[in-house]
Design a protein around this ligand. Structure first.
Ligand SMILES: [Zn+2]
Length: 99
């Protein structure tokens, strides 16, 4: 008995609405889009570690941020004060968000 390999399955079939599409670097979900927060001071550079398990992810979660904030960053891990990130890229507009 042979099993056919799933060569003709579309990439869409792998997606579900859970955490696995969250970017390891920033914690945001942007499947298929390259991470715009790579230059963020708190970016998780360890690509083998998921955002939630990363040093930055845990640190920011402790400060009340579940993902990399777009317009601010944590300069001092011992501080609760965020610094404005002046070099932040323009945030892409999500179609799901109502303005
Ligand atoms: Zn990302």
């Amino acid at each position: 008995m042979t099993f056919e390999t799933a060569t003709n399955s579309t990439s869409e079939s792998a997606f579900s609405d859970t955490m696995e599409t969250a970017c390891n670097g920033c914690g945001w979900k942007h499947p298929g889009r390259k991470c715009m927060l790579k230059s963020h001071p708190n970016y998780n550079n360890d690509e083998s570690t998921s955002w939630r398990d990363s040093t930055s992810g845990k640190l920011l979660l402790a400060k009340g941020e579940r993902r990399l904030p777009w317009d601010k960053y944590l300069q001092d891990s011992n501080s609760d004060t965020f610094t404005k990130w002046t070099k932040a890229p323009e945030k892409p507009i999500s179609k799901k968000l109502k303005t």
